[in-house]
Each structure stands twice: as C-alpha cells, then as structure tokens.
Design a protein around this ligand. Structure first.
Ligand code: KG4
Ligand code: ZN
Length: 621
C-alpha cells in the first residue's frame, strides 16, 4: 500500500509518502517533510504534498491510501488535516486511516534510540497538556494510557510516583518544563518534541497492524478531542448541579434533549427531490459546491444552465438550539462529521462521479472561521486529488445569487437587501461580480436582533421563525419601539438600540409583575425592524435610480418583511424579487451558482487559500 500521510495537529505540518507492506508490516519511507507553520497548515499543506509527490517521482493517482494524524492537538489544526485528508481520500476513492499524533511523537523518540519509560506531554493550550505514557523497547512502542487532558502539575505528580525513570518529550515541555524538573524525569532533546515524517509513518504502520487505524472509511474518521466544547461542559456542570429531587423532571428533560440531538443530523434535500427524474437533460459544466460557513453543512451540484441536480443540507440546528445559539466549536465538529456523507450523498443524488465535474466551488468567507475551514480544507483536498479547479465563493454573493433561481433572466443593475444572522446591508449590484455596499449595520445584524429578543423571551433558537409565528396574531402598534436611524439620511442601520429597548421592556414588565403579550411584542418589534428596512431599501433604490430590489439571507424569509417590501416598493413601481423561503437560508446551490459564473470567467482560487471571517464583496473598480 502506498500511503500519503499528513499531520497538522501541532505547530508542525508533517507530510510523508511511504510504502507499507500489509503482510509483513514493514514500512519504507519514500519522501517526507516537516514545515514549521503555526496556524498556517491550511496554506502550506497541499503545496507541500504536491512537492513531495514530485520529489518521489509520483502522481496523485499512485496513492492508494491516506493516513492522517487525529490529534489530540489544536482543534482547528487537527480539523484542517482531517478535512483535507477526507477530501483527498474521497477524490481518489481510496481508504482513509487515522493515526495518533502522540504515538507519532513517541515513535520519534524511539527512532532516536530512547528506550524504557517515555512520557509524551503535548500542548493542549489553556494551561493543560495531553499526557500519555509509553514503554519503549527494541521491538517498538507500547502505549500505556488512553488519551486525556490534564494540568501539567497533576501529570508531574502522578508520574513522579512511579518507580521507573521517565524520559519526557512533546511540545508541552516548551511551556511547562518547570513542572517536571528533577528525578524521575529526564528530557529528550528538544528537536524530538514534535512528530516528523518518519515517526508519522511508523505510527501509521503500527496502528494499521493493530487495527487501530480505523476501517478506512473516510466518513467515519473523526479527530481525537479528549474534551467537550465549553458549552457542553457548562451543560454537564448544570446537569450535575440538578441534584434536588424537585429538579428531577427538568434534569430528565435536558438529558433526553441531549440524547436526541446528539444523534445524527437531519439531512434534507429541498430541491433534489425528484429532480433527477423525468425528462430533464443537464448540460456541462457541472459545478459541485460546498457550504459550511455557519451551522449547515451543505452541498449541491448544478449544471451550465444553473439547473439544480442535487441540493442537500445537513442541519445542526437541533443541536445548537440546546445552547440558545450557534456554538462555533460544536459547529466545526459537526461539519467534520457531516462533510463526507453530505458531499457523497449529493453526488449520488446528482448521479455523477467526481470525474464528471468541471469545478468545485466552496464558501470561503465571511463566516465562522473554524466552520469555514472544514468545507474549504475538504474542497481543496478533493481538488488536489482530482485535479479539478477550486473556486472560493463569497457567502453573501451566494445570497444575492439565490434571486437568480426566482428569475433566471434577472440582470443588474439593481439593489439588494441582505439580511441574515451575521449581516445587514444594502448593496448596489452594478453587475454580477461588481458590488457596491451602500450601507450596513453599525452594530447588530437583523437576524441577531431576532435571535436575542427570542432568547430574552425564552422562545429558543433561532428567533426569526418563532417570532414571526407569534407576530402573525399580534398588534404591531401595541408597543412603541424605536426606529433607529430611520431618518439619518444615509443607508446605514443600527439594531442594538431596538434590541435593548425590547429587552428593557421585558425586564420592566417582569419587575412590575405584569404579563407580556408575546404576539403583541413580536409584532411590534418586527414592525420596528421592517419599517426601517423598507424605508432604507426605498431610499437605496431612489439613490441609485434602480427599479428592482432583490433580497437575501435568512431574515428574507420573514413574512412581514416580504409583504411590506412588496406593498411599499410595489406602489412606487419598484419590482421586488424574493427567493423562495427555502432559498433564503444557507444552502449550497446559491454557492454553486456563483461558482458557475466564476468558472466561466476563468477565475480560480489557489490551493493555498485560507478562509476569511470578514470578506468584502467583489467590485470591478
Ligand atoms: O442566512 P442565514 O441562514 O445564516 C447566516 O448567514 O447568518 O440567517 C439566519 C438568520 C437567523 O438569525 C434567523 O433568526 C433569521 O435568519 N431568520 C429569520 C426568519 N427566519 C430565519 N428572521 C426573521 N424572520 C424569519 N422568518
Ligand atoms: Zn447566510
């Protein structure tokens, strides 16, 4: 078996090519490299992999297995390696195996001649380490402990009680050597503290021989974390505190909710239902798109006429609901689990193989970096393996393009109102790919305001849909909330004042022992938001002389906003285009649509690209 092995769990990006004799277990290193690239694994990994293949006189098609370091280590670092490796393995159609990064560090010491008891202490950040002990003899290494995370002082104390001397290694020593001074500890030379190509390959050979490398299924491989996200730890602490018998019911409810939502994510396919049936014929180019900027793992395939062959979404929403909002660390973990099933299912729905595709597009920003990184690393790995062009897409441009599914003849110039959980802005679309931001929010995004108000009312997450259900039965004039910057004369927004006014209102009612009429409050709050959005949208059309307004983003699904825009702008002869409700939320077909235009314009993104949390819209100026 010819394996490409990589590990990005530490500050060192490690790569190796090796031949593994599956019967004798003998492993031969063909080429390897280590790059000191703290926080830059996503930029350097694939360029180095290409160099390595070249050095060994090989091409990607010669690789028949991929092995990846599963950590423990930096969460994002490990996910970059794991997601890239998943992309490569899927693209090549080969097995993906996992390797312990700590075992790899132990093998490095073994290769340098260390024998006897070895303690690896890898840096776990937050003043903690990942400690594991090994026994090294001439035959190899034997792991003595499972993966855990602990304070260095505790580790030193526990290990000091042993009879044997312990040689220490691992990058935790860079910060915590002082805890391990004196007998029974001795330090391995510092140049051995991180894994290298040879040690990674030795660890892989051992893991493979002992069945610890996994089944080879790329979908099933996950990083080693050793600890929950902070949000889940707090939840566990809350559960542990519910010891009062009166809390029994509450505790049970929470436990049931945890069990229910911890199970697999929902995968829906809004457009692919029946899409491949019937007489439809699809024309190349075929674009696969991937979206992972927030809490949905999505993939879609469209053809050259923008027809959707498949469009799948794995939603994490049930999971985040437990915490009242999107928890970035959980989102990143869920994307890592969902990326392979979502993409493979989408390809299956489309009835295509990777060889039929023309390019892979992927959201590259703006969004949660840790979440974006998973989609981007996977997509780049896939492109590396298949030779397909990689195309990075701006998420907001995707929301704009969703309008092309309503009216395929839509052509700029026009004005677009983008309203989502992270953005509130008016954009002058001068041409496809030529955008001028006319004004955006100075503080909160509209969706964020909906979410925070719903949270204050304990209505759960996300707030938009639940508040709009209540608003239907409420009186929009019941409570006078401020319309901030309504007459500011520019196209900027401010939502935090309104949010504070609503929350103050709720607190005052509660303090006075007065009940809150939720429908009235929801309707009054929504009206305050909608009035400003409508007035500014109208101003934007006037300013630019535009007679078309498009909308996009999750809040564009709000029925009051849709109705008010249609009525108010319609009256003034402005045509309002609104994506279907399911197309307002995050999805990948909108990303594919942007990807198609970029592909046809000859735009390509390098495999050294990294996601951008804040990414401006394109302009031609
Ligand atoms: O575009 P999106 O799915 O994700 C981001 O890119 O942020 O938008 C999600 C946001 C959430 O804040 C959610 O509360 C809001 O859109 N939202 C709504 C409605 N449906 C979703 N806000 C108001 N009314 C709705 N019906
Ligand atoms: Zn969005």
């Amino acid at each position: 078996m010819r394996a490409l092995a990589l590990d990005t769990a530490s500050t060192q990006t490690v790569l190796a090519l090796a031949d593994l004799d599956e019967i004798s277990g003998e492993v031969t290193l063909l080429a390897s490299c280590q790059v000191d690239a703290p926080r830059q694994a996503n930029q350097v990994l694939l360029a180095r992999a290409a160099l390595l293949l070249e050095e060994a006189g090989l091409v990607t098609g010669d690789v028949d297995a991929v092995a990846v370091g599963r950590g423990p280590g930096s969460f994002t670092g490990v996910r970059i390696g794991v997601a890239t490796a998943k992309g490569i393995a899927c693209g090549l159609g080969v097995a993906l195996y996992g390797v312990s990064t700590l075992d790899s560090v132990a093998w490095r010491a073994w290769r340098a001649g260390v024998r006897g008891r070895l303690g690896v202490v890898a840096d776990a950040m937050r003043k903690e380490v990942y400690p594991v002990r090994y026994e090294l003899d001439d035959a190899g290494i034997t792991r003595l402990d499972p993966d855990t995370v602990a304070k260095p002082a505790q580790v030193a104390q526990a290990w000091a009680g042993e009879e044997d001397d312990i040689t220490l290694t691992g990058d935790g020593l860079l910060k915590y050597a002082e805890f391990f001074e004196g007998a029974p500890f001795a330090f391995a030379p510092e140049e051995l503290w991180l894994p290298d190509g040879q040690s990674l390959v030795s660890a892989f050979a051992q893991a493979f021989a002992t069945g610890k490398a996994g089944s080879g299924d790329a979908a099933a491989l996950v990083p080693v974390y050793t600890r929950l996200s902070d949000a889940e730890e707090n939840e566990q602490a809350r559960l542990a505190k519910m010891t009062d018998p009166r809390d029994a019911q509450k505790r049970e409810r929470l436990q049931r909710e945890i069990e229910r939502t911890d199970r697999a994510m929902r995968v829906s396919r809004p457009k692919s239902e029946g899409a491949t049936e019937g007489a439809a014929t699809y024309e190349p180019p075929f674009i696969l798109a991937i979206e992972s900027s927030c809490d949905e793992t999505a993939a879609a395939v469209i053809d050259g006429g923008r027809d959707v062959l498949a469009d799948c979404i794995a939603s994490q929403i049930d999971f985040h609901k437990r915490f009242g909002g999107v928890v970035p660390e959980i989102a990143s973990r869920k994307h890592t689990e969902a990326i392979v099933p979502t993409v493979m299912y989408t390809m299956e729905q489309a009835g295509l193989g990777f060889g039929d595709l023309s390019a892979v597009a992927c959201t590259i920003g703006p969004g949660l970096v840790g979440a974006l990184v998973v989609g981007v690393a996977f997509a780049k790995g896939l492109c590396f393996a298949t030779g397909l062009p990689f195309i990075g897409v701006n998420h907001l441009e995707g929301h704009l393009y969703a309008n092309r599914y309503v009216d395929p003849t839509l052509e700029p110039p026009f004005v677009a109102l983008l309203v989502s959980g992270g953005h509130t802005m008016l954009v002058h679309v001068r041409g496809w790919g030529d955008y001028e931001v006319l004004g955006s929010t100075l503080d909160d995004a509209v969706g964020e305001a909906f979410d925070k108000v719903a949270k204050a009312l304990e209505l759960g997450y996300p707030g938009g849909p639940v508040l709009s259900r209540y608003a239907k039965d409420g009186d929009a004039k019941a409570i006078a909330f401020p319309r901030a910057m309504m007459h500011s004369g520019d196209l900027r927004f401010s939502l935090s004042g309104l949010k504070t006014a609503v929350i103050t209102y709720i607190n005052e009612q509660n303090k006075a022992g007065m009940s809150i009429d939720i429908p009235d409050l929801a309707a009054s709050f929504t009206a305050a938001v909608v009035d400003v959005l409508v007035a500014k949208s109208l101003d934007a059309c006037k300013q630019t002389g535009s007679c078309v307004l498009c909308i996009g983003g999750g809040v564009a699904a709000n029925p009051d906003l849709r109705e008010a825009l249609a009525a108010s702008l319609g009256k003034r002869g402005i045509r309002v285009i609104m994506p279907e409700l399911s197309d307002c939320a995050d999805n990948a077909s909108m990303i594919a649509s942007v990807g198609l235009d970029l592909f046809e314009a000859g735009e390509r993104t390098g495999l050294d690209a990294d996601p951008q949390a804040h990414m401006p819209l394109r302009t031609r100026e």
